[in-house]
Design a protein around this ligand. Sequence first.
Ligand SMILES: [Zn+2]
Length: 207
Amino acid sequence: MATDNIIGDTIIKIMNLEEIPDAEKQKYTKIFKSFPDIKDDDIALTYASYVPYAKLRTYEADGKIIKTVIVLGLFFYELFDDEEREAVVAHELGHYIHRKNRSISEAKELSDKFYELESYYKRRDSEEKVVITYTDEEKHRIKELQDIHNAYEFYADDKAIKSGYGEQILSSLEKIAEKHYNRLSRMSKESVKARIERLKQMNNRGF
Ligand SMILES: [Zn+2]
């Protein structure tokens, strides 16, 4: 629909993103086929240099999602082979399905939780040289929030595995951990470690 395109184009402009050329986008049509509930024009794909891996962003108005953008990091692009790129898109589509099944208020609550977690980690990062002590209550809260974040990532990984990309999602994460680990936020570092561990175990049983 024309209106949707205007919204998508505006978002891309505001975020200073580059839209992936149609020819590039064709590479991903295979993935969209393994997610029959999703129409591929529901989602815009873009690149951004500041994203180390990939991110799903949704934009809402009047209690509805008006646009979803999958932002693919440029590092991901040079590092991964075609199948790994497809695996990452499948993982992001997993987040999209998860997001679609939640109300705006639930999604907002979740992002508040992640914000809270990031601020605990930031405190640790900014006082690096100082011995930081967390109360037991804070430690417990950090663990609780990180577990929620990990579960959220596991859900998206499971969707990627279901579309046949188990091995590729694992190898993409191993490459990120090896080459671009320092670019990740603390929250992502923790979840990347947990995801690799979990995927290795699943791979031992043959996905
Ligand atoms: Zn994810």
